[in-house]
Design a protein around this ligand. Structure first.
Ligand code: ASP
Length: 310
């Protein structure tokens, strides 16, 4: 089957319809569309699914509209600590990175960890030393600055609370980005990148960079990228849970993702959603929040971007 497809998300949350201006909605959708087109072109030219998910995520990391790379949320100390992960479903090779700052595209570092280190998961200073050893240059904090993210932080700075950048309160902005793809060779991959939660401290790490929680890919089952309240996705081992339902219980992609997001995650008390693709290129994008920035494009000519429930 040499069909190919790409799906992406820009975060799930309780965005209230009507709080967004038409201009902003157009900006979000056109950024999603450009990320899809970039990844789709890569797949059409024979690129691998790892290349495609990396390209889509880089595109979204470079936009301040999303909470990843440029435009990441602020920590309690007023810094940016970013997490990312990537996984390839044919070999189960994976790379994850956490608590990094100054790296323009965390997803590229996650891929370098997967391909150029002996390890799967690096964090903090060590991860940055590894990046520098590969020739990465560090961006100044001003590169990551976004006025709205700063304002979100100001509202809870000095308190013990931390929040998703797409909380129900005040700014209804979504954030974390992710992609899943199937290439012409039948390999599926997943990638996720995030700035995490506003006002986070104590080295808090969410699900995005954790293989099996926020990101997972296995050609036998599916590739998954999650977004939402990370603590719940870690406890639910959510991305791997979808894969397990398919592998051990023969669920279809849609059945498995609905079970995990619309039932198990709700029972656990977590908010969010995921995008997933199976080895046939079938896509599922369930979420239990009011909306999720999302889009997909397939070689059979189907494509769409959306924010709210249909
Ligand atoms: N899951 C991410 C985290 O907990 C946040 C998000 O998806 O917006 O770090």
């Amino acid at each position: 089957m040499d069909n190919f497809s790409i799906a992406i998300h820009g975060g799930a949350g309780t965005l209230v319809k009507g709080t967004m201006t038409p201009d902003k909605e157009i900006a979000y959708k056109s950024t999603l569309q450009k990320a899809l087109d970039t990844a789709y072109d890569c797949l059409a030219q024979g690129g691998s699914s790892v290349d495609a998910v990396e390209k889509a995520v880089v595109f979204l990391e470079n936009s301040t509209l999303f909470n990843a790379g440029k435009g990441s949320v602020f920590t309690a100390e007023g810094t940016h600590e970013m997490d990312a992960a990537i996984m390839e479903g044919a070999t189960l090779h994976a790379g994850g990175v956490s608590l990094i700052t100054g790296i323009k595209n965390p997803i590229c570092l996650a891929r370098d960890i997967m391909e150029k280190s002996e390890h799967v998961f690096l964090a903090g200073k060590g991860a940055m030393d590894f990046a520098i050893s590969l020739g990465y240059t560090l961006k100044d904090a001003s590169y990551f600055y976004d006025a709205l993210r700063y304002e979100q932080w100001q509202q809870i700075k000095g308190t013990d609370s931390f929040q998703l950048d797409h909380s129900t309160k005040k700014n209804h902005k979504f954030g974390t980005v992710g992609a899943v793809a199937k290439d012409r060779n039948g390999t599926i991959s997943a990638a996720t990148s995030t700035g995490g939660m506003t006002n986070k401290k104590f080295g808090r790490i969410g699900d995005s960079s954790m293989i099996g929680s926020g990101t997972y890919a296995n050609n036998k089952t599916c590739a998954v990228s999650c977004t939402g309240s990370g603590e719940f996705f870690i406890r639910g081992v959510t991305a791997y849970d979808v894969s397990c339902l398919m592998e051990y219980k023969n669920y279809s992609l849609q059945e498995a993702t609905d079970e995990v997001i619309l039932k198990r995650m709700v029972n656990l008390g977590g908010d969010g959603g995921l995008i997933a693709i199976d080895a046939n290129g079938t896509i599922a994008m369930p979420f239990n929040t009011e909306g999720m920035y999302r889009g997909f494009k397939t070689s059979s000519g189907q494509e769409a971007t959306a924010i709210y429930k249909d």
